[in-house]
Ligand binder design. Structure first.
Ligand SMILES: *Cc1c(COP(=O)(O)O)cnc(C)c1O
Length: 473
């Protein structure tokens, strides 16, 4: 019996140390040789990986082989040919932190089980709050920007409608304001927390994709005259397609006039708070009541690492604390972060960010952000220089939108993917379907961008003509 137990333990250790490292090495090799994973349909993928589960188990070696196959069949988001999303690349120290966090398997709700990680979470959120400009701010990690936005809107709702947390919503007419380019998580949250998706008012943007504060002001004034209660204004720092920044200062002035909660959705652009060269984009950051900031986007931390930050310490506990005598047992609640979170059990998304921040410091992240910004500017200039390509608009920050003249953007993106040339997405800007390149991987160089544009041009040349104009309405 004892012998059998030991055997199991030995196998488990070799799974971790040798098995995982072997697969990791193969993946790194595959990333170098084939930066874009082979294209497979869902049917082909199902055939390849055999996802079905059986009554009988398999040997560790067989499972490791199956894992290796899955790993090698996975879209490669960490290479220099992945432009498809607002995350990309691999910061090794952060990946190390993530792997160790899995090994430790703690939960972030109490100091009792999280120990040093609770203190690390406090240190990180305090540091990030100070970058927003909050003097006595606070924060807590959230499983992504969408849920950080949800938490912000819950706080805004409860502050605007006293009694909402205890007694639910009364029949009051309400409204939330965000720009037409806001992230869909805002509308989703309005639907989830009883405000109503229909009551999200979309404010027009200017030609740069930034919310127009005057339009916002008149919409709120009209709503108030009609006895509609304004719940929150959401400014976006880094919109999803154009990476534009709504002007916080004039929006904050409107929020102040009407006594409305101002939330900044900086899931994408929160990291811009670390850049001195581009500080103008986030000017007035400290005037907002709350911020969402994803470290898994511009900062290169593995999915996901996101925080909700509040200007006023105590605000999170005011709206999210619950009594649970089996859980919150002693120790100062200062480090019982479960008293401030939407979640109960919560994974450790702090350690990886902390490891990377220790390594890079504020300075390293600042250089990273500035590099991404200049990469986007370089790419835009290069597009302007090439007759077959057309820049949609000057980049607002790290995203570049363009078309191959007379060629359908969606078909080009699909060919690039199927032929393992690049992963890139298309999106809508001003009624046209454009190719959106997100410069979020700081390992990328000007040469990578040139190679990418060459690939786009080469594919466009053999793509049948087509128009990118979208029917409106
Ligand atoms: C990515 C993003 C979100 C959603 O964040 P997740 O971490 O993906 O949930 C929300 N808002 C903006 C502006 C984003 O860029």
């Amino acid at each position: 019996m004892t012998q059998q137990t030991n055997e199991v333990v030995t196998i488990q250790d070799s799974v971790l140390i040798e098995g995982v490292m072997r697969i990791a090495e193969r993946l790194l090799e595959a990333e170098r040789e084939e930066p874009v994973a082979p294209f497979r349909t869902p049917e082909e993928m199902t055939e390849l990986i055999d996802p079905f589960l059986c009554a009988e188990g398999m040997s560790s070696e067989a499972v490791l082989d199956a894992l290796e196959q899955v790993v090698l069949a996975t879209p490669r988001t960490c290479t220099s040919q992945f432009f498809n999303q607002l995350f990309s690349g691999r910061l090794s120290m952060a990946t190390a932190g993530e792997m160790l966090a899995s090994l430790l398997n703690i939960s972030m709700y109490t100091y009792k089980v999280a120990g040093p990680h609770a203190i690390i979470e406090t240190a990180l959120t305090q540091h990030m709050a100070s970058k927003v400009g909050y003097e006595s701010g606070e924060g807590v990690f959230s499983p992504g920007g969408s849920l950080a936005n949800l938490a912000a809107l819950i706080m805004a709702r409860n502050e605007a409608l006293p009694g909402a947390r205890e007694s639910g919503l009364d029949a009051r007419a309400v409204a939330v304001y965000a720009s037409v380019d806001c992230h869909y998580s805002i509308r989703k949250a309005c639907g989830m927390i009883g405000l109503g998706r229909r009551n999200l008012r979309l404010v027009e943007t200017d030609k740069h994709g930034r919310m127009q504060p005057d339009t916002l002001a008149s919409m709120i004034a009209a709503d108030r005259a009609a006895r509609v209660a304004p719940i929150a204004i959401v400014a976006t720092a880094g919109t999803t397609v154009r990476a534009a920044f709504d002007p916080i200062e004039p929006i904050a002035a409107v929020a102040k006039t009407h006594g409305v909660w101002l939330h900044v959705d900086g899931a994408m652009g929160g990291a811009m708070l670390l850049s001195e060269a581009h500080a103008d984009l986030t000017a007035g950051s400290e005037l907002a009541d709350s911020w969402t900031w994803d470290a898994h986007k511009l900062m290169g931390i593995p999915m996901s690492s996101s925080v909700i930050l509040c200007k006023q310490r105590g605000m999170l506990a005011k709206h999210f604390d619950e009594a649970a005598s089996y859980l919150f047992q002693g120790d100062a609640d200062e480090y019982n972060h479960g008293t401030r979170s939407i979640q109960c059990g919560r994974r450790n998304d702090a350690l990886k960010l902390w490891a990377a921040w220790k390594q890079l410091g504020d300075d390293g992240f600042r250089k990273r952000i500035d590099h991404l910004f200049s990469l986007a500017c370089f790419t835009a200039k290069e597009i302007e220089r090439r007759p077959a390509l057309e820049l949609t608009c000057a980049p607002e920050s790290v995203n570049v939108c363009f078309e191959a003249i007379g060629k359908p953007s969606d078909a080009i993106c699909e060919t690039l993917r199927r032929e393992q040339l690049a992963m890139v997405g298309h999106a809508e800007v001003s009624g046209r379907r454009v190719i959106r390149v997100a410069c979020v991987n700081a390992d990328m160089t000007a040469e990578d961008m040139l190679a990418f544009l060459d690939a786009v041009e080469e594919v466009a040349a053999r793509t049948p003509d087509g128009d990118n104009g979208l029917r409106q309405g």
